[in-house]
Design a protein around this ligand. Structure first.
Ligand code: DAH
Length: 335
């Protein structure tokens, strides 16, 4: 026979439990402590369950009284636990905010900005000006055949450019292109006139390196082919381009010779009191058109080849072409 338990005893135990809970909840210092406390008070094996376990020994009319009290207690303790949890969480947050304070007025750490190489910037500027005149960009391979680099451009077999001394040959019929002019041929093979193209690209020559020569350099080729184009269109286009790039500088055309243009000219601009050659140009030679199966009676046009390094060096006052290829950041950072 189990020991009897009085209503009064259980009520006292509940009251004790409640006052002990209030103190313990207040004393809990961390979220984990508080959770452990909740389990020990209200959990299945906790103190409240233990008190309710002995309820069966009460009389049937006493049990609901204890049950009611227990429920009230449980609710109050739960509310206190939640309040305490809220306070612990917000003080933990406040402490974290304080610890991880972000000073939005602090100076930023320095990230050096990248920028385009001056040769790329110059190429883009040249191409942009021609794009504004209605030209589209075309490109071709740096490894070429004799046909595209020389023969199709009306360059005779005994021309010095074909010499082993001037051209990098890679094999029987493979060479590094010596100019961007072969793209004239490639483009006209693939596109019927009228065409207006601008061709940026890298070119190669077996030159000894000095202040004005590099075995690799950059050109921009220009080609316009249409009905009724004559030298005045060439001149007008070149003048418009030079004005856009350099501003108002004195310009002169000098008669010259290129196998793929007739007549041909070289163009100089006066820069700081000196005449500087900046491009070769001319009217597309009828022999080039015939080689492509185009009727020179119907189609005419002009071409030009610009040296990008020259434009870049004049624009920035650079005195030695080697500076453009040595990747010295003390130099490059100036642009
Ligand atoms: N291809 C020539 C060179 O590399 C430059 C040139 C001259 C291109 C006259 C042309 C031109 O299109 O018409 O020296």
């Amino acid at each position: 026979m189990s020991a009897t338990v009085s209503l009064q005893q259980l009520t006292d135990q509940l009251a004790d439990l409640e006052s002990a809970s209030v103190e313990a909840i207040d004393a809990a210092a961390t979220e984990a402590d508080l959770e452990a406390l909740r389990v020990s008070l209200l959990g299945k094996k906790g103190r409240l369950s233990a008190i309710l376990g002995s309820m069966g020994r009460l009389g049937p009319d006493e049990r609901p009284l204890v049950g009611q009290r227990a429920n009230g207690l449980k609710e109050r303790v739960q509310t206190q636990l939640e309040d305490r949890m809220d306070r612990l969480q917000s003080s933990a947050m406040a402490e974290r905010l304080d610890r991880e304070r972000l000073d939005v007025t602090a100076p930023p750490s320095f990230i050096p900005p990248g920028h385009r190489h001056p040769l790329i910037a110059t190429t883009e500027e040249i191409v942009d000006i021609f794009a504004g005149l209605g030209y589209r960009v075309s490109e071709g391979p740096e490894i070429e055949s004799d046909h595209y680099n020389f023969t199709a451009l009306n360059i005779p077999p005994n021309h010095p450019a074909r010499d082993m001394q001037d051209t990098f040959y890679l094999g029987a019929d493979r060479l590094l292109r010596t100019h961007t002019s072969p793209v004239q041929i490639r483009h006209l093979e693939a596109h019927a006139p009228p065409v207006r193209i601008v061709v940026p690209g890298r070119v190669y020559r077996r030159d000894a390196v000095d202040a004005t020569h590099s075995p690799v350099f950059h050109q921009v080729e220009v080609l316009a082919l249409d009905e009724g184009l004559d030298f005045s269109h060439l001149r007008g286009t070149v003048m418009a381009f030079l004005k856009a790039f350099f501003g108002d500088l004195p310009v002169r055309f000098r008669a010259s010779y290129f196998p793929f243009t007739e007549p041909s000219a070289e163009v100089d601009v006066q820069w700081r009191g000196r005449w500087l050659e900046v491009m070769g140009c001319g009217m597309v030679d009828p022999a080039v058109l015939e080689g492509l199966g185009l009727d020179p009676q119907r189609w005419s046009g002009f071409a030009a080849g610009l040296g990008v390094e020259r434009f870049c060096m004049v624009r920035h006052g650079i005195d030695d072409i080697r500076r453009l290829f040595t990747s010295d950041l003390r130099f490059l950072d100036q642009f």
